[in-house]
Design a binder for this molecule. Structure first.
Ligand code: GRG
Length: 300
């Protein structure tokens, strides 16, 4: 990936992550009446996430010529980060992956206990929908955001993917089923991240196709790269998480295709996403969205 793209993404992150983060802890505390619950919710929210999904929303909004209004748009944009954080807390629970560490720090249940961690997730999930409607945006925009996020996160999106995942722990899934699992579990929220930018920018649905093709390619590339990192990440990239070997994890891209095949799949998927961006309207600058592909190193 050219270094201009990496620089573009890094500049965008440096401009936006602090701006998105600044009101977060106070806003969650303001909207949560129990102090211990608010602590559990903010503990995971402030534990070093990249804010990739809200960044994608803002980048899409910017690309389509929309403007971000701090008061009107901040809660609707950050709602997705609340929801993403809930999914990580619940995924780490003893009844799911039973992970003691995330991003190198104790997981929510290690710090607050499984009961409070479950409730912190429940609180973040519910508050996400409250925040989609805590705005002066037109009712049609609010409804579209609520419907879009419910579809992406719910039982025909991320929750379905997680359900498939826990059922397939000891099953060697065919590639097509693995794709469906990934599309739901990881891809759906990234798809919504871009969709939210289109909704906020009030782009007519007839024009959504190339942006969503980009989003789906990005989502797939994200999952392939996550699988590759599980095998080859340096300790710094991995934090204190445990490294899996390709043999142990069959339902992964390196497990199915080998490391070289997984890298090739990553390169092809990124090319699909770049092709989709070539179909954006001629008066729009696709380079910001294209720069998101510089998250991935294709030479592992
Ligand atoms: C519990 C309903 C429910 C769903 C959980 C998201 C998820 C579904 C499980 C997480 C498992 C996992 C590691 C999936 C790979 C892709 C992924 C979501 C990685 C984490 O996303 P990042 O890198 O996280 O954006 P940060 O730490 O930056 O917030």
């Amino acid at each position: 990936m050219p270094s201009e793209a990496r620089q573009r993404l890094s500049d965008f992150e440096q401009a936006w992550v602090p701006r998105l983060n600044a009101p977060l802890a106070a806003a969650v505390k303001e909207d949560t009446t129990d102090a211990r619950l608010a602590d559990a919710m903010t503990y995971s929210l402030l534990a070093g996430g990249k804010r990739l999904r809200p960044l994608l929303t803002v980048a899409t909004l910017t690309t389509v010529g929309g403007t971000f209004d701090e008061v009107r748009d901040w809660r609707p944009v950050m709602a997705l980060e609340l929801l993403h954080t809930y999914s990580l807390i619940h995924d780490d629970l003893p009844a799911m992956d039973n992970d003691p560490l995330r991003r190198g720090e104790p997981t929510n249940h290690m710090k607050f206990g499984a009961g409070m961690a479950t409730l912190a997730g429940d609180g973040l999930l519910t508050l996400a929908f409250q925040w989609l409607t805590a705005t002066e945006l037109p009712a049609t925009v609010q409804t579209a955001l609520v419907s879009g996020l419910a579809h992406a996160a719910g039982p025909n999106g991320m929750v379905a993917g997680q359900a498939r995942d826990i059922q397939s722990e000891h099953v060697d899934l065919p590639m097509a089923q693995l794709r469906t699992l990934h599309r739901e579990k990881t891809g759906a929220l990234l798809h919504y991240a871009v969709q939210a930018g289109l909704i906020l920018g009030q782009v007519p649905q007839t024009q959504w196709s190339p942006y969503l093709r980009f989003a789906d390619a990005f989502g797939l590339a994200f999952q392939i790269y996550d699988d590759i990192l599980d095998v080859v990440a340096t300790p710094a990239e991995l934090g204190k998480a445990t490294q899996k070997d390709a043999g142990e994890a069959k339902n992964t891209y390196p497990g199915k295709l080998g490391l070289t095949g997984a890298n090739q799949a990553l390169i092809t998927t990124i090319a699909d996403g770049q092709d989709a961006l070539a179909d954006l309207p001629a008066d729009q600058d696709a380079t910001l969205l294209a720069a998101f592909f510089s998250y991935f190193k294709t030479d592992r």
